[in-house]
Design a protein around this ligand. Structure first.
Ligand code: PRP
Length: 207
């Protein structure tokens, strides 16, 4: 039975393709992709498609994709149903809380505003700290928000720390480590058990 694999495009794309290549899959179409979005593996019975991380979870949850490659950050933020099977050890970064050095974040407990692409992660973090904060959803370049005065701090991912440093922000706390994971649709894991286990075995051998 054919296996459909949703790959997160962007940051994780190249590293995922490298792993698949090492695992012996035919990723030639993915390496020379042009503007195409679906790619056939001529060796394995696999179809790959490139999507945004949150959409990869959606495709897996609805069973359109049997397997997805998604960052743990997006998985923690979403509230979806799937099996998380493997840590690919790529796209390694951290969830952090950051602010300008003179921010009132953690000095005052009222009227704190937090800018983030990850409102659920931020809400949970500050709830556990007993802090009542206002969460402001931002879609990207989150580091800009405290500089422009939109918020007192941010919850975001940090990889090298360069973006924070170049924009004068400092890490106030580390929330957790993040890396890319293999997720599997619950039903597909039963119906296509042999094929999915073969995929997982081949990938786990090269990570
Ligand atoms: C992410 C994140 C930070 C940056 C961190 O953004 O939101 O802005 O990477 O990386 P660094 O620690 O290596 O500097 P991304 O590049 O995905 O784009 P975005 O800001 O548009 O979300």
């Amino acid at each position: 039975m054919a296996i459909n694999i949703a790959l997160t495009k962007g940051r994780l794309e190249k590293e995922s393709i490298k792993i698949f290549d090492k695992a012996g899959f035919d990723v030639s179409a993915l390496k020379d992709k042009g503007r195409k979005l679906i790619f056939k593996d001529n060796k394995m019975d696999y179809n790959y498609f490139l999507v945004k991380s949150a959409d990869a979870i959606t495709y897996v949850e609805h069973g359109v994709a049997d397997i997805g490659i998604v960052g743990k950050d997006t998985l923690i933020e979403s509230n979806s149903n799937y099996y998380e099977m493997l840590d690919l050890k790529i796209g390694e970064c951290k969830f952090i809380v950051a602010s300008l050095p003179d921010s009132k974040l953690f000095k005052s407990y009222s009227n704190i505003k937090i800018g983030t692409k990850y409102p659920n992660v931020a809400k949970k973090y500050f709830y556990e700290k007993g802090m009542d904060v206002e969460i402001i959803k931002i879609e990207g370049s989150v580091e800009l928000a405290p500089i422009l005065g939109l918020c007192d701090g941010i919850v975001d991912i940090m990889e090298t720390g360069i973006t924070l440093k170049e924009n004068g922000l400092i890490v106030k706390d580390e929330i957790c480590d993040i890396s890319a994971r293999v997720i599997v649709n619950n039903t597909a894991f039963k119906l296509k058990e042999k094929e999915i286990k073969e995929f997982l075995f081949k990938v786990s051998e090269v990570i």
